[in-house]
Design a protein around this ligand. Structure first.
Ligand code: 0RA
Length: 642
C-alpha cells in the first residue's frame, strides 16, 4: 500500500514542496505548457538515457509513444541506483524522481564532459505527469516504483530476478497541466534523429504504437553522416573535414566534435551547433570561434598560396560561409545560455577553445590538400564579388528609382507584336542586328515581338551588374518587358507571357545569355519563378538532301540523324550555322520560332538553393557555351516542348 503523506520525513515534505512549485509554475522549468513544453518532457527523459550512453553504458534507447497517450523510454544502461540514499534514507531512484536537481547524476564535476548538465531533471517530468512509472533492472533483479503528479504512490518493489541492466521510464503527461497531450510523431522523430546523428554508435528506436510506425536510427559515422544529411543530396566540394578534440582549456574539461564541408548546391550556410548534445539554435560563442577560425585560416592560406591575389580584398566571414555545411558539437561544464529562448551559448571559453582547435586542424588539412584548399578560397572570392555586385546593383536601382516603366515609352528598337493580350504574346530577345532582321521577317507579328540587342555592347565584364543597368540595351529590355526591376518590380505589368532569350549557340552567345540570366535572376527573380523566362534552341546544323530537310541541335544529334533519317543516303548536304544570322527567315521560323515545331527551355528556379547555385555559377569564370552549362544544371533549365 502507498504510504500516506504523513509518512514522509520532514525532508521529503520539503522535496515535495519543490514539485508542487513545478506544477504551479511549469513554464519556469519547461518553457511553456503548449506542445513545445509537452515535447520537452520527452527530451528530458531521453536526454537522461543519452547521458547514460555518453557515460559509456547504454547502447540502445527505445522511445515508445503509447496508444493511451503515455511515453515509455527504455535504455540498456546501468539502471538508476535502487539502494538507499545515504542521507535521505530512501531509494536513490526515488530521490531522482522527486528531488529537484537531485543526485550524483547532476553533479557537475563528475559528468563534466559527458553532458547531462542541461536537464531540469526527471523529477520535473514526474511533477508534470499524471502518473510516472520507473522500472530498473540492476544487480540481478527488476524493480518498480510509481508516482502520481509528484508524490510516490507505489514503493520500490522487487518484481523478480532479471539479467542485464537498464532503466525504463513510463509517464503520462498531465492533461491538467498541458494544453495538449498529443505528441507529434515527426517532431519526436526529428529530435531523435538528431540525437542519433550526434552520438555515433547509439541506436535509437522510435516505436509509435498509435499508428504502428517504427523507425530505427543508428549512424556509424556520426557527424559525417550528419553533414551528409544536411547536404540533402547536393555534392560536397570536399569530403567532410572532421575534428575531434578533448582537453583541458582555461581550467575546464572541454571537448569538440566537428564535421564540415562546402557545397555549390546552396548559398546560405547550414551550420548546426550543439552544447552538451543540446541544440543551440541561435549559435553563440562556439559558432563564433568556428567562424573566426575559418575566416582567418582561409585568408592566411589564400595569401600564402596566391589563391587570393594582391588586389583581392580579404575574405569576410560571410564569404567563407557561402555553401558551408557544418555540425559543431561541443561539451563543456556549466554552459551559460543567453537570449530569449536560451538558444545561444554565452560561455566565452568556448570561443577561444573552438577557434584555436579549428584553426590548427584546418591549417593541417589545407597543408595536405592544397589544391582543394585553393578551390575553397577561390569559391569564397567569387561569392564576395557576386555579393558586392548585387549590392551595388540594388543601390543603383534605388538611387535612380530606376527603370520603372511609367517613366518612359517603349524602346525604338522594339518590333512589337500587334496583340495586346499579354497571355498570348512572346518577346524574343535577340543578339545582334542581323539575327534581329531575320527574326523580324520570320515572326508571327500578331503574337511575337522582337528586341534586338547589340552583343558587343552587352559583352561587359560579367560581375558588374551596375554597369549592366546603365547599359542602354538593358534599359531597352527592361522597358520592353514592362515590369520594372528591383524594388520597383511589378509583376502585373509584364507585357509578354514568354520572354525568350535567343542567342547563338557559341561562346559569345553563351556569355550574353549568362549575363542576361544573371540580370533577370538578380533584378526580377519573380519573372523566373513564375515561369516566364525561356531560352530558344536554335539548331547548329541543317542536313539536306533534295527536299528532305532536318535540323540538329548538337554533334551527336547530327550523327544520329545521319544514321537514322538519312540512312543509306549519299552526299547529304550538312550546313553548320555559325550564328542565328546565317539562318534565313524560313529556317529560323521552322526551327526556333514556330510554336508548333520549336523546343524551348524554360528557365526554372526550382528552389532557392538551386537559384543560389546558379548565381554562383553565373558569377564565376563560367565561359562555356550556354548549351553545356544548361546540361550540367538540368534542374535549372528544364526542357519543355512548347
Ligand atoms: C545515477 C547514477 C548512475 C546511473 C544513473 C543515475 C542512471 C540514470 C538514468 C536515467 C535514465 N537512464 C539512466 N541510467 C542510469 C550510475 C550508477 C552506477 O554506478 O552503477
Amino acid at each position: 500500500m502507498a504510504p500516506s503523506k504523513s509518512d514522509y520525513s520532514a525532508q521529503s515534505i520539503s522535496v515535495l514542496k519543490g514539485l508542487e512549485g513545478v506544477r504551479k509554475r511549469p513554464a519556469m522549468y519547461i518553457g511553456s505548457t503548449d506542445t513545445r513544453g509537452l515535447h520537452h518532457l520527452v527530451w528530458e527523459v531521453v536526454d537522461n538515457a543519452v547521458d547514460e550512453h555518453l557515460a559509456g553504458h547504454a547502447k540502445k534507447i527505445t522511445v515508445r509513444l503509447r496508444e493511451d497517450g503515455g511515453v515509455e523510454v527504455t535504455d540498456d544502461g546501468r539502471g538508476i541506483p535502487v539502494d538507499l540514499h545515504p542521507t535521505e534514507k530512501i531509494p536513490a531512484v526515488e530521490v531522482a524522481l522527486t528531488a529537484l536537481h537531485a543526485g550524483g547524476k547532476f553533479d557537475q564535476q563528475a559528468y563534466a564532459v559527458s553532458g547531462g548538465l542541461h536537464g531540469v531533471g526527471v523529477s520535473v517530468v514526474n511533477a508534470l505527469s499524471s502518473r510516472t512509472e520507473v522500472e530498473v533492472t540492476r544487480g540481478g533483479a527488476r524493480h518498480a516504483i510509481a508516482f502520481e503528479r509528484g508524490p510516490k504512490v507505489d514503493d520500490l518493489t522487487k518484481l523478480g530476478t532479471a539479467k542485464g541492466s537498464g532503466t525504463l521510464v513510463r509517464f503520462w503527461p498531465d492533461a491538467e497541466v498541458f494544453e495538449t497531450t498529443v505528441l507529434d510523431h515527426d517532431t519526436v522523430l526529428q529530435r531523435l534523429k538528431e540525437t542519433a546523428l550526434l552520438n555515433a554508435g547509439l541506436t535509437i528506436v522510435l516505436a509509435d504504437e498509435r499508428d504502428g510506425r517504427s523507425v530505427t536510427l543508428s549512424y556509424k559515422h556520426g557527424l559525417k553522416d550528419f553533414v551528409e544529411e544536411l547536404l540533402r543530396g547536393k555534392d560536397p566540394l570536399v569530403p567532410a573535414i572532421e575534428v575531434h578534440d578533448e582537453r583541458e582549456w582555461e581550467g575546464h574539461p572541454v571537448a569538440l566534435d566537428l564535421a564540415f564541408t562546402w557545397s555549390d548546391g546552396f548559398h546560405d550556410d547550414r551550420l548546426r551547433s550543439y552544447v552538451n548534445i543540446v541544440r543551440t539554435a541561435d549559435g553563440g560563442t562556439h559558432e563564433e570561434g568556428f567562424r573566426r577560425a575559418l575566416t582567418t585560416t582561409l585568408n592566411r592560406f589564400g595569401r600564402d598560396t596566391g589563391a587570393l591575389l594582391k588586389k583581392d580584398p580579404n575574405l569576410t566571414g560571410e564569404d567563407v560561409r557561402e555553401g558551408l555545411v557544418a555540425v559543431v558539437s561541443i561539451k563543456l561544464p556549466d554552459p551559460q545560455f543567453e537570449g530569449q529562448t536560451k538558444g545561444r551559448l554565452g560561455s566565452t571559453v568556448a570561443r577561444s577553445y573552438v577557434e584555436q582547435v579549428v584553426a590548427e586542424a584546418l591549417a593541417v588539412w589545407l597543408e595536405k590538400n592544397k589544391a582543394k584548399g585553393r578551390q575553397i578560397v577561390k569559391r569564397a572570392a567569387v561569392a564576395a564579388k557576386a555579393r558586392q555586385a548585387a549590392k551595388a546593383a540594388r543601390e543603383l536601382t534605388r538611387r535612380k528609382g530606376l527603370l520603372d516603366t511609367q517613366s518612359a515609352g517603349l524602346p525604338g528598337k522594339l518590333a512589337d507584336c500587334t496583340s495586346r493580350d499579354p497571355s498570348e504574346t512572346e518577346l524574343y530577345v535577340v543578339e545582334g542586328d542581323s539575327a534581329g532582321g531575320s527574326s523580324k521577317a520570320a515572326r508571327d507579328r500578331h503574337t511575337q515581338a522582337i528586341l534586338p540587342l547589340r552583343g558587343k555592347v552587352l559583352n561587359v565584364e560579367k560581375a558588374q551588374l551596375t554597369r549592366v543597368l546603365e547599359n542602354a540595351e538593358i534599359q531597352a529590355l527592361v522597358k520592353a518587358v514592362g515590369t520594372g526591376v528591383g524594388e520597383a518590380y511589378d509583376h502585373d505589368r509584364l507585357r509578354y507571357d514568354k520572354i525568350i532569350l535567343m542567342a547563338d549557340a557559341d561562346v559569345d552567345g553563351g556569355h550574353i545569355t549568362t549575363l542576361l540570366l544573371t540580370f533577370f535572376y538578380r533584378l526580377c527573380p519573380k519573372l523566373i519563378e513564375k515561369g516566364h523566362l525561356y531560352l530558344a534552341q536554335p539548331p547548329l546544323y541543317q542536313l539536306r538532301k533534295g527536299s528532305k530537310v532536318a535540323y540538329a541541335m548538337s554533334d551527336p544529334e547530327r550523327e544520329q540523324l545521319l544514321k537514322r533519317d538519312f540512312k543509306g543516303v549519299k552526299n547529304v548536304e550538312v550546313q553548320r550555322f555559325k550564328g542565328l544570322g546565317e539562318m534565313d527567315a524560313d529556317q529560323l521560323w521552322a526551327t526556333t520560332m514556330d510554336p508548333q515545331r520549336r523546343t524551348l527551355l524554360r528557365v526554372n528556379i526550382e528552389d532557392a538553393a538551386g537559384a543560389d547555385e546558379l548565381f554562383v555559377l553565373l558569377m564565376g569564370n563560367q565561359t562555356d557555351p550556354r548549351r553545356e552549362w544548361i546540361v550540367s544544371n538540368a534542374h535549372f533549365a528544364q526542357e519543355l516542348d512548347v
